[in-house]
Design a protein around this ligand. Structure first.
Ligand SMILES: Cc1cc2nc3c(=O)[nH]c(=O)nc-3n(C[C@H](O)[C@H](O)[C@H](O)COP(=O)(O)O)c2cc1C
Length: 231
């Protein structure tokens, strides 16, 4: 379809703007894709962080990348809380470990615990105080207008999940390591960070450099043939 053929059938006045990104040559496109595939295969979830400082602007830029994500009805239903204050990190760690202890001591159930065993995780979450930054991602479940009327947000889980994927990609390609941490339940994060009622914590993402002696679980990813079907 061309712009001249497009006749939207409903909605507010539609005032599009031109979109004409420069087209890459096929060679450049192939080389870029292969390079990205290789570089992204090196990404690992890191749970052992160095306390070495990282440039804050790199983290801010990665959050800005995340915020370019597509979202249901362009509602951009996300808030990223960037934390570097040690006292706040300590409070988050204490609250997270309290929840995680209950989880690991039975709340998760045997099936979940056995899925976690190969990862070697437990209720001790040193990464929450070791990593120089924590990014706490919140979903905006709905939006409140000036007179306090609630407006539903659409496809919030999907939108925030895509944004977090882009955040992790940007952090990795900028040379930083990250962990997607989902202590469950996460209600304490909204209380501790004084977020409004319409926001629900989605993940805590410690960011930094891996510790010098960092190790990661020996995991094997599915091959392209296992995850892709051609029709
Ligand atoms: C939605 C989601 C939640 C996760 N929650 C946790 C978590 O709470 N704690 C943790 O140590 N890792 C967590 N992870 C990290 C996964 O365990 C990790 O991505 C997986 O083992 C694959 O390892 P890789 O990221 O190094 O490829 C989570 C990952 C995702 C995508």
């Amino acid at each position: 379809m061309t712009a001249a053929q497009w006749t939207p059938t409903y909605g507010d006045p539609f005032e599009p703007v031109p979109y004409r990104p420069a087209r890459m040559s096929e060679e450049e496109s192939l080389a870029t894709a292969a390079d990205l595939r290789r570089r992204m295969d090196d990404r690992r979830t890191v749970r052992m962080f160095s306390a070495d400082p990282v440039p804050e602007q790199v983290v801010v830029d990665a959050i800005a990348v995340a915020s370019t994500a597509p979202s249901g009805a362009h509602q951009q239903p996300w808030t990223f809380v960037l934390i570097k204050d040690d006292a706040t990190k300590q409070r988050i760690r204490e609250a997270a470990e309290e929840e995680e202890r209950v989880s690991y001591e039975g709340r998760l159930g045997e099936e979940w615990l056995s899925a976690l065993r190969p990862l070697g995780t437990d209720a001790v979450k040193t990464h929450l105080t070791d990593a120089p930054y924590l990014i706490v991602v919140f979903q905006q479940r709905y939006f409140l207008d000036e007179d306090g009327t609630k407006h539903k947000h659409y496809y919030v889980d999907e939108s925030v999940g895509i944004a977090v994927g882009m955040l992790l990609t940007a952090l990795h390609l900028s040379g930083l390591a990250a962990l997607t941490h989902t202590p469950s339940p996460m209600r304490f994060l909204g209380e501790l960070l004084e977020r409004p009622q319409n926001e629900k914590a989605f993940a805590v993402i410690p960011v930094g450099y891996p510790a010098d002696d960092c190790v990661v679980p020996n995991l094997v990813r599915k091959s392209i043939d296992q995850v892709m079907i051609r029709r």
